[in-house]
Write a protein that binds this ligand. Structure first.
Ligand code: ITT
Length: 196
């Protein structure tokens, strides 16, 4: 089965291709005229569906999208759906991390709990759609460590780990990550369905 991956984030494309092993994944680079879909919803599920729907309508293929982010307890769940643009400019990982570290500077270690959340959506050209969710709980540390991954990985340590997700190998991150969980569930759904 062929599906279009509705993301322009290359870090995600790399992760998703790895996780959706066995599915024929084409990227948006093959559809240069595909619409840019603003994430206007206030939930991960709403935004994932917006993106998947628009790309399924444009390509006539099943389209897969996710919306994800980091929900920090001390910030009442923020940045959440605003994670990619927390410091103002979409995808500016360095500025986003700097801002978050500043906001948590006076927060005690035991109060720095957070979780990554990912909602993955598939939209079928027929109009049907499904979503699945994955989470990874942990805490935010006070400085950057590690060079793997993307986004907030250098400052996030999962529960039962001492390393940040940027210090884990890609495979070790996939095995426990919010996106790994959501997309493995989605891959099962895709395997059970015809392509139209
Ligand atoms: P698309 O919308 O094109 O898929 P995006 O980067 O805008 O790409 P999101 O709207 O889902 O994606 O934003 C997710 C942001 O949350 C991402 O830019 C990171 O800042 C953060 N994030 C999500 N998953 C992460 C992960 O596994 N590791 C580190 N940061 C992550």
């Amino acid at each position: 089965m062929k599906v279009v991956l509705a993301t322009r984030n290359q870090g995600k494309v790399v992760e998703l291709r790895r996780i959706l092993d066995g599915v024929d994944v084409v990227g948006l680079d093959e559809y240069p005229d595909a619409p840019d879909v603003p994430e206007t919803e206030l939930t991960f599920q709403g935004n994932a569906l917006l993106k998947a729907r628009a790309i399924a309508a444009h390509t006539g293929l099943p389209a897969v999208a996710d919306d994800s982010g980091l929900c920090v307890d001390a910030l009442n769940g923020m940045p959440g759906v605003f994670s990619a643009r927390w410091a103002g400019r979409h995808g500016d990982d360095e500025a986003n991390i700097d801002l978050l570290l500043g906001q948590l500077a006076d927060v005690a270690p035991e109060l720095r709990g957070a979780r990554f959340v990912c909602v993955a959506a598939v939209a079928w050209p027929s109009g049907e759609e499904e979503t699945v969710e994955g989470q990874l709980s942990g805490h935010v540390i006070g400085e950057r460590r590690g060079a793997n991954g993307f986004g907030y990985d250098p400052i996030f340590v999962p529960d039962d780990e001492t390393r940040t997700t940027a210090e884990l190998s890609p495979e070790a991150k996939d095995a426990i990550s919010h996106r790994g969980k959501a997309f493995r569930a989605l891959a099962e759904r895709l395997a059970q369905r015809p392509a139209t």
